[in-house]
Design a protein around this ligand. Structure first.
Ligand SMILES: [Zn+2]
Length: 65
């Protein structure tokens, strides 16, 4: 499990329930990062339509899993 980064405007997202510990893999890079975002999302509903990063470490979801 990777440590969470510091969220300047949301200092304890685990305590507020926005992020939870999880073994689930990221839907984009397929890597488990130890946490998952549990809050609402405004995004493209069809993930297959979104281009994947060539480098999984470049994935924006790498910390949230
Ligand atoms: Zn990812």
């Amino acid at each position: 499990m990777l440590p969470l980064p510091t969220f300047r405007y949301h200092p304890d997202p685990v305590a507020t329930g926005s992020i939870a510990a999880s073994d689930k893999p990221c839907l984009v890079c397929q890597q488990a990062r130890g946490f998952i975002y549990t809050g609402p999302v405004y995004a493209e509903p069809d993930l297959a339509a979104i281009p994947r990063p060539a480098d999984p470490d470049a994935c924006a979801g790498r910390v949230l899993g």
